[in-house]
Design a protein around this ligand. Structure first.
Ligand code: PLP
Length: 444
């Protein structure tokens, strides 16, 4: 029988049960679940058996290898200057919305009247908030996203019928999502009118018939056409005697002077749209959701449609949406309106701290963007810290991860979408990334 230091390492590996019962690992199991912890234990045990890891380091190695959370989604500091970055989850929720989501995560009165003890209308708080925000709407609905709102409108108002749409508004939103294909997938037929660059009221008028389900007006949110162009405004379409469904996309509920090119729900409803559809996680700055606002008659028909049940949102979304509508200004609004002077001051402070630590950093002018295909021509003047380009990859893979903008051979850190409270975390992340590039330990 072998024993002692030079014995068979397999004999000295503590049993899985013994390890899992350790206080520190028990705490990790409470946080992460058994599976993740057990897997980490098995990997470390195998390394001990192969003689790669001293048995005395086993527990620490397991603890070091455990993730911070049981999910794979990782926090990202958005230093791209793009406010609604689709790849980073579009709008970040406000603190009020996060708190509301937290409350809604448990048992809540989402469909229950606590006074009478009977069933109540689901999401009535969020719907009331929506109607308060847009008094021009007689009724409102919330579904899963903007695409779902269009599907619900098409399946309810145009099954086997025609949707009249301008050829200039047959748009692709992103990642291959095309509005015409979405509409056709519901069984509705598209009746295209006009040309790519010019469509007139007479084109619509000639196409409207007893086969028409509705006229669809789509805001071409992610591109702009200049030159010899013409499109028909909602107030003229509303004279043709069929419902007008208007997809504004952006989620702007009322006109905003900062975004003069973006249509808003209130204006298009006043112009005569029967329904306006929009996203919750674009300019509104809330959770992913599809907002439907309009007349009692049309919204009521959508609500009674069987497919409405398949597209409805969960209590977390309703909670976040209500808090977004009634609570303090959203991070999206703050980022869109960030004061360039303040951005410059923060960038200079960050650059100085980096220079003091030997990281080459300079402050440069940098334009932010709305993003998520919104207001593509709008530039938001600001400032960024420029680093050598190779810092971008190191920043992305750090903790917290930082998404920067790579432009003109530089890695740009634009602070527009970085909450001020994260400035220190960003500094730490850059120092750690620079340390990894130099092969030196991070200076903190
Ligand atoms: C973004 C957008 C959509 C899609 O909305 P989702 O919420 O992403 O489903 C539809 N139409 C327009 C005009 C848009 O800009």
């Amino acid at each position: 029988m072998s024993s002692g230091e030079d014995g068979d390492p397999r004999r000295r590996v503590p049993r899985t049960d013994t390890l899992l019962a350790d206080t520190l690992l028990a705490a990790a199991r409470d946080r992460l679940g058994d599976r993740v912890v057990k897997r980490a234990v098995q990997i470390a045990q195998d390394r001990v058996r192969r003689g790669e890891l001293p048995v005395g380091r086993l527990l620490d190695t397991v603890l070091d290898s455990l993730p911070d959370a049981p999910t794979s989604l990782r926090r990202v500091i958005n230093a791209t200057g793009v406010v609604l970055h689709t790849n980073l989850g579009r709008a970040p929720l406000s603190e009020a919305a996060v708190a509301a989501v937290n409350t809604a995560a448990g048992y809540v009165d989402v469909e229950f009247d606590l006074t009478t003890g009977t069933r109540a209308r689901r999401g009535r708080g969020a719907l009331a908030a929506l109607l308060t925000a847009v008094p021009d709407a007689q009724d409102a609905l919330v579904v899963n996203n903007g695409a779902a709102a269009l599907v619900l409108a098409a399946t309810t108002l145009a099954p086997g019928r025609e949707i009249v749409i301008s050829r200039g508004e047959l748009v692709e939103i992103g990642d291959g999502f095309r509005i015409p294909e979405l509409l056709q997938s519901t069984g509705a037929r598209l009746r295209e009118v006009g040309t790519t660059n010019r469509t007139h009221l007479a084109d619509y008028a000639a196409a409207v018939s007893d086969r028409t389900g509705f006229i669809l007006k789509v805001h071409p949110s992610n591109f702009s056409m200049h030159g010899f162009t013409a499109s028909v405004p909602v107030d003229q379409l509303a004279t043709l005697g069929v419902p007008v469904v208007a997809d504004i996309g952006s989620g702007l509920l009322a006109a905003d002077p900062l975004l003069p090119g973006e249509p808003d729900a209130a204006s298009w409803l006043r112009a005569g749209a029967g329904l306006v559809t929009a996203s919750g996680d674009k300019l509104l700055g809330g959770p992913q959701a599809g907002l439907v606002l309009g007349t009692s008659e049309l919204v009521g028909r959508l609500r009674r449609s069987p497919i409405h049940r398949a597209l409805r949102v969960d209590k977390l979304t309703l909670a976040a949406l209500e808090a977004t509508l009634t609570g303090p200004p959203t991070p999206t609004r703050a980022a869109l309106r960030a004061d360039p002077t303040v951005l410059r001051g923060r960038a200079e402070h960050l650059a100085r701290s980096l220079q003091d630590a030997g990281v080459p950093a300079a402050v440069v002018p940098s334009d932010g963007l709305v993003g998520a295909g919104g207001a593509p021509d709008l530039r938001l003047p600001g400032w960024a810290v420029a680093l050598p380009e190779d810092h971008a990859a190191a920043l992305r893979t750090g903790r917290p991860a930082v998404a920067a903008r790579v432009e003109g051979g530089h890695c740009l850190l634009d602070l527009r979408c970085v909450p001020t409270v994260d400035d220190r975390a960003l500094l730490g992340a850059v120092l750690a990334a620079a340390g990894r590039i130099d092969g030196t330990p991070p200076c903190t």
